[in-house]
Design a binder for this molecule. Structure first.
Ligand code: 3AM
Length: 229
């Protein structure tokens, strides 16, 4: 006789199937056992993300993200930790990724792109005004809800895998080169707000053109194309 399946639990959440896997995190479907509400559970390996010691700034940003609600930002409900893992409980977004639309249907009409871009800029402006930067805006962070509204995910979280050095500027060696600003790629330290806006510009280009403004299969050549633009 087969045993009844016992669901894994994290805090008050019953953990279900894996939704996807990113560079640093696994995302699983979960359900709040008290309310029945579905959530997305982002699971990060502590060892990987805390290699460089979690800066105070990042802790502050996560604390801030828990307080903010914006229609175009994926909500962070809570953050939990075990000995080896960090669990981030997020609003569950059902409409998939914005860029799947481009991949499947090509570039957008101007009025459609305008609507998404306005939602993106509203989200970015809101978070910046509260001292939270994204630093890694890219297609997989742009989700759509059931009504076709844009929801930016990972605000204030991407820095988990990055470093803040003593000069107060951010340094990174990861991220998506196609969407990253020149100063991010050159690792000279950068300002989170202007780096985010560069990425927004690249996103707008892709929405309207259906292809990347800077692209090369060779990463060194791609860096050059971004840097001399
Ligand atoms: O693996 P794919 O690309 O299908 O869309 C995100 C991505 O899907 C999804 O998890 C995968 C790894 O990032 N995802 C991330 N946050 C989510 C959320 N809040 C989410 N899906 C639903 N709700």
């Amino acid at each position: 006789m087969s045993q009844p399946k016992i669901k894994r639990r994290v805090g008050k959440y019953e953990v279900g199937r894996t939704i996807g896997e990113g560079t640093f995190a696994k995302v699983k479907f979960a359900r709040n056992s008290e309310t029945g509400e579905p959530v997305a559970l982002k699971i990060l390996d502590k060892e990987k993300v805390l290699k460089h010691k979690m800066a105070e700034q990042i802790k502050r940003e996560i604390a801030t993200m828990k307080l903010i609600t914006h229609p175009n930002v994926v909500r962070i409900y809570e953050v939990m930790g075990s000995k080896t893992k960090i669990y981030i409980v997020l609003e569950f977004v059902t409409g998939g990724e914005l860029f799947d639309k481009i991949v499947n249907h090509g570039r957008m009409r101007e009025d459609e792109a305008r609507r998404y871009f306005q939602q993106l800029i509203n989200a970015v402006d809101y978070c910046h005004s509260r001292g939270v930067y994204h630093r890694d805006l890219k297609p997989e962070n742009l989700l759509l809800d059931a009504y076709g509204n844009l929801k930016v995910s990972d605000f204030g979280l991407s820095a988990l895998s990055q470093q803040v050095r003593e000069d107060g500027l951010l340094h990174t060696t990861c991220g998506t080169p196609n969407y990253a600003a020149p100063e991010v790629l050159n690792d000279r330290g950068y300002d989170g707000a202007t780096a985010d806006l560069w990425s927004c510009g690249v996103i707008l280009f892709v929405l309207l053109a259906g292809y990347l403004p800077f692209d090369d299969c060779n990463v060194m050549n791609l860096y050059k194309k971004v840097s001399i633009s």
